[in-house]
Design a protein around this ligand. Structure first.
Ligand code: TXA
Ligand code: MG
Length: 325
């Protein structure tokens, strides 16, 4: 059924209340965050959560992040919370850090795709925390894109993928960070980074006392971060990495952090904030290929590199690879 997706304005308190009322009624609402837009539903309402998996086309074994209005609300969704979690929250919340903790039995298992853990974060935008508080309970919010597409960093990206399938979007303009949160697993020692993001291992070391390693996703059994096995962040346009402008064919599109003087190729600015927007723009403009110029500054940005590499790998995979969030 096609819905008339409401386009609500985050700077208008009446619109924020409207979004909260829709959430409370079990509807899906796209919400702004400092990282990317999320597709929200009440965290304690399994039917609404099923609907999230359905409209995104998301594999059922890929768990969701619960978003809370305050750090203390984490106790609503997690148990046996270690002291270090509180210390990390004191330092980094609200902000782009997601913690994987032990799931409270009151959280429906569909939230965590059946895992005994739960991922939680407190988004930085004040309006988003106000919205969650008004909705009356924490909300799950995966990125508000069709599974496998680049995450949405602008309201129009959400409407492109989910317009007509969700009740509303609360528009707060472009996302300040532009890539997803760092996901840190605290259910085992040492803590491991399940997904690199804006908060770096070195920042986390200030609290943990060590730089958490990247979780390994190799081998057999259930992956630690189920989402990591799926196609990610990928435009339909093939993505290639290159360290030299020479290898780029004439007429191609190049994303680069450095200015390029060339009549031969089209260059656009690469930053965390622009990456997904440029991926989507390339799809709309039907360019034959996207080349990403891997300069030392790009290589040094682990979170950005992670997204670029996943998009490049995804583009080269065949159709039988399942898509992801
Ligand atoms: O910045 C963000 O985190 C955005 C905004 C909307 O908050 N959300 C987001 O959600 O990126 P999503 O669903 O697109 O990605 C969640 C990631 C996936 O890689 C998933 O596998 C992992 O977090 N994850 C969720 N719950 C987990 C759990 N219990 N254990 C391990 N990984 C988990
Ligand atoms: Mg996602």
């Amino acid at each position: 059924m096609l819905l008339d997706t409401l386009h609500l304005d985050a700077s208008n308190p009446a619109d924020v209340q409207r979004a909260a009322t829709l959430l409370a009624a079990g509807k899906l609402v796209a919400i702004p965050t400092e990282t990317v837009y999320g597709l929200a539903a009440r965290a304690f309402m399994p039917s609404a959560i099923e609907e999230i998996f359905r409209v995104k086309g998301r594999p059922m074994d890929n768990p969701l992040i619960v978003h809370c209005a305050t750090a203390s609300d984490i106790e609503l969704v997690a148990t046996d919370i270690p002291i270090v979690a509180w210390r990390l929250l004191e330092r980094f919340a609200p902000g782009p850090l997601t913690l994987v903790l032990h799931r409270h039995p009151r959280v429906p298992s569909i939230v965590s795709a059946g895992l005994p853990s739960v991922a939680v974060r407190i988004p930085a935008l004040e309006v988003t925390r106000r919205l969650i508080a008004l909705a009356g309970e924490p909300v799950v919010a995966p990125s508000a894109n069709q599974s496998g597409r680049p995450s949405p960093t602008r309201a129009e990206h959400v409407l492109e993928d989910l317009g007509g399938s969700i009740a509303a979007i609360l528009d707060a303009g472009p996302c300040a960070i532009g890539i997803e949160s760092t996901v840190l697993n605290l259910t085992a020692e040492p803590a491991t980074i399940v997904r690199p993001g804006a908060i770096e291992a070195a920042d986390l070391a200030e609290i943990l006392g060590y730089e958490p390693p990247l979780a390994s996703h190799s081998g057999t059994g259930a992956p630690i971060a189920p989402g990591m096995k799926y196609r990610h962040y990928a435009p339909r346009t093939p993505v290639f990495l290159t360290d030299s402008l020479e290898t780029i064919p004439t007429g191609a599109l190049v994303l680069t952090t450095a200015p390029v003087e060339s009549d031969r190729i089209r260059a656009r600015l690469l930053t965390r904030q622009t990456l997904y927007d440029e991926f989507r723009r390339a799809d709309r403009e039907q360019v034959p290929a996207i080349y990403v110029l891997i300069t030392p500054d790009v290589r040094a940005d682990r979170a950005l590199m992670n997204r670029i590499e996943k998009a490049a790998v995804s583009a080269q995979r065949t159709d039988n690879t399942p898509p992801m969030c």
